[in-house]
Ligand binder design. Sequence first.
Ligand code: IMP
Ligand code: MG
Length: 194
Amino acid sequence: MAEPTTGIRRLPDLVNDVAEVLITEAQVRAKVVEMAADLSRDYADRDLTLVSVLKGSLPFMADLMRAITIPVQIDLMEVSSYGGTSTETSGLVRILKDLSSSVEGRDVLIVEDIIDTGLTLNYLQRYLRGKNPASLRICALLDKPARRLASIEIDYRGFTIPDRFVVGYGLDYGEFYRNLPYIGVLKPEVYTAS
Ligand code: IMP
Ligand code: MG
């Protein structure tokens, strides 16, 4: 394999970098099934499109859609909200990947991994409302209300978590740790090392 050309990069240690598991794999699984049951009930006989916000929502989306028991379509968007540092949002939202199909007249559910400041969702909500869906709601696995800057009504909420930077189940630090099957907090030295 080619040697990295710039500097020496410390690769994460998936096991030893984790200080604490906040939400276990089993807890995540149970919650996703519960949320899917609510959605299957609420959207029965509707025209549901799940819009996942990449990359963080990928595992949540994949598990949620498979637990939903009614017909559903999916679409994917990718936005970047972190022009700041790897743990602080900049408030700037850029669309890296737009919807593939029209959502006009459809019941759209935004599927998000986490709502922190709410700035990303606030932007996305306004953007998607402009596409004239029949309805627009929000489903978020994690809600971190302590740092909210834009008020957001979350229609389907998995867990409310304290003001800590979390990784796993899609959530990253420096693009790593997304593949952890649980949600956890890294050791302080991991955050300060980069
Ligand atoms: P917001 O715009 O501040 O609500 O941030 C939304 C996005 O920031 C999320 O979709 C995540 O990608 C990222 N984010 C916010 N908090 C965390 C965290 O604790 N861990 C990892 N990513 C986070
Ligand atoms: Mg995200």
